[in-house]
Design a protein around this ligand. Structure first.
Ligand code: ADP
Ligand code: MG
Length: 379
């Protein structure tokens, strides 16, 4: 397959912050950017040459986008398969429809992972309140997740026992779900892996992630964890990319259990919040790596030049008006990234702070100090 040379046009399905940062990396390399997003004034719109404003399940709009692009990639996996297929009639879609169809459905994703030998936690497929009650009786406390449409802990519920099954099933809109056994986590980590059509694979070192209320609060690379754990995590991620014959990037979220074992939590076939620090820490950012992979260009060096950490900024940090960013920016090694979003409702990711340091702990300490300086706290 011919490379998509710098100067060509890249289409991105989704214009949120991940699309915006991918667009910025692509622009640096001379590409033009077309975006499909329901919101004409989405986060990526200010760095795009064209925005097709339409729903993610609109095949005509997807075809309209792709017709004017040399390759199409994405920043969100919840795109209708008909729309994805419409893209492929006009331009290469990377990652491809088969990969996306598996990953965009939690039940399909889990059965693909176990069928291909990747370890995951105990779970049950849930189609009714009775299924949920049975799962709670068999597995104990559960994380219940709708198969489609959830992110940042949305479309999810935690239940302690079967007595909550009925109300939880109702609250999730009686949608096809999976119920996962609540696991004893020692830590959460993620690995970003890129593969391009030619078969070349590059793996970023794992990052260590901290979640509050099921949403990522901070992340640091390289993860300060034992070498064996890191090697095992990288091998799992590489294996997943190769098994998929991936063209693009995939983030593999992993649970490190208290007994030291690693389980795959979930996959994301796109840039990931826990690798934003690659912009400051690594030779190649995750965004540039996606551009290279989607364009079948030689992949960049994913090595860490300097440990780096990020701290997410949410809508609630705007409640008393815009935070006093100058206080964070006065600290050495700290940078500010804002996503250009218009509204700042609670829980909405508005931007992040990043910091580099001599060690991972040092980078994390600095970014947390920067967050504290502007009054951004973890609830
Ligand atoms: P999302 O798509 O919102 O990222 P995840 O499945 O990754 O959904 O869940 C969000 C977070 O909730 C995880 O990163 C983890 O902190 C917690 N979590 C999810 N499932 C489990 C589980 N089975 N056991 C323990 N913690 C979990
Ligand atoms: Mg997750």
């Amino acid at each position: 397959m011919a490379i998509v040379a710098p100067g060509s046009t890249i289409g991105i399905l989704g214009g949120g912050q991940l699309g915006r940062m991918t667009a910025m990396a692509a622009r640096t390399m001379g590409y033009s950017i077309h975006i499909l997003d329901p919101d004409a004034e989405c986060s990526a719109s200010s760095v795009a040459d064209r925005v097709v404003a339409a729903r993610f399940d609109d095949p005509d709009a997807a075809a309209d986008l792709a017709r004017n692009c040399d390759v199409v990639t994405l920043e969100i996996e919840q795109i209708g398969v008909d729309a994805l297929t419409a893209v492929t009639r006009h331009a290469p879609l990377r990652p491809g429809v088969d990969v996306l169809a598996v990953i965009q459905d939690r039940a399909k994703q889990k059965s693909w992972l176990s069928k291909n030998g990747f370890a995951i936690g105990a779970y049950r497929d849930i189609q009714s309140a009775e299924d949920l009650a049975r799962a709670a009786n068999e597995l104990g406390p559960l994380f219940v997740k709708a198969c489609r449409g959830g992110y940042d802990g949305r479309s999810q519920a935690r239940i302690a026992s079967a007595s909550e099954a009925e109300s939880t099933w109702e609250s999730l809109g009686k949608r096809h779900s999976v119920a996962e056994k609540g696991l004893d986590l020692q830590a959460e980590l993620s690995v970003m892996v890129a593969r391009r059509a030619s078969g070349e694979v590059r793996v970023f070192p794992p990052s260590l992630n901290y979640h509050a209320r099921q949403i990522l609060a901070w992340s640091v690379i390289p993860a300060p964890l034992p070498k064996q754990t890191l090697d095992d995590a990288e091998a799992i991620a590489r294996g997943i990319a190769e098994q998929f014959k991936l063209e693009g990037v995939v983030a593999v979220e992993l649970f490190l259990l208290t007994d030291g074992s690693l389980l795959v939590n979930e996959l994301a076939p796109r840039p990931h919040n826990s690798f934003h620090q690659t912009e400051v820490a690594c030779s190649t950012s995750q965004f540039e790596q996606l551009v290279r992979a989607a364009c079948d260009l030689p992949l960049g060096d994913p090595g860490v030049r300097r440990p780096g950490a990020i701290f997410n900024l949410f809508g609630e940090h705007w409640e008393a008006g815009a935070p006093p960013f100058e206080r964070a920016l006065a600290l050495p090694g700290v940078r500010l990234h804002l996503y250009g979003k218009r509204g700042s409702r609670r829980g909405r990711k508005m931007g992040h702070l990043s910091a580099i340091g001599e060690t991972s702990d040092d980078a994390l300490t600095r970014v947390r100090a920067a967050a504290a300086a502007i009054g951004a706290t973890i609830e």
